[in-house]
Design a protein around this ligand. Sequence first.
Ligand SMILES: [Zn+2]
Ligand SMILES: [Zn+2]
Length: 255
Amino acid sequence: MSGLAIVVNSIGDSVCRPAYLERLRTYLREREEELCPDSRSRIETNPMRVLDCKICKPVLGDAPAPIDHLCDGCRRHYDQVKETLRVLEVPYRDDPHLVRGLDYYTRTAFEYIATGLDAAQNAVGGGGRYDGLAETLGGHATPGVGLAMGLDRIVLASGGGETVGELDVYIVVAHRPLEDHALRLASELRDKGYRVDFDPEGRSVKAQFKIASRRGAARVLVVGEEWKRGAVTARDMGTGDQREIPIEEVSEWLS
Ligand SMILES: [Zn+2]
Ligand SMILES: [Zn+2]
């Protein structure tokens, strides 16, 4: 995927954030009537989220940013994160108003921005550090980092032009009660490196064969009544050759 930018910020930790949040609340209370209802309701509970509000953005230009109120530890950490990005030649920019809405985030917050998409909906992924999360859940103090990605936006940003590779095998479910077996067979074949799919939606056998050829599947395995005899029907979509083979010989037939 091209046209990606990384936006980073630091939102502090339990040392520096409480004092920062108080300062932010004071600022927001003074402008309460200029804020949207959602933001107004967040002043006490989750004031950092207000910085993230697209509606309120225009009146928050001079809001105190977490980055200007970091403790020494957070400041050093953030400098180090940015230095590492430079060493790795990863382009990034700072956004002092980039925040995460959940309390367990500490220090680094980041987003992947698709530069080709409309600014209101261009974040294709976002995440951050959450060193406090494991402890919150009752575990040992364990550093953590993670992100969430928006599949629909990634598809949009990639232009929808990249086609998914053709399938090696399509599994046709001819007898629906055997669907779980088809799922397990698909999973086993995927583990062996084959690109496999099957229809979990109960379409007719004819419709499933149509999907198989549309997806470019070179071969089809039919899971039907023959399963009870320990066999599947194997069809080579290129030659049209079709025969029943024992389930344990499927890998051999595919190779
Ligand atoms: Zn708002
Ligand atoms: Zn700090």
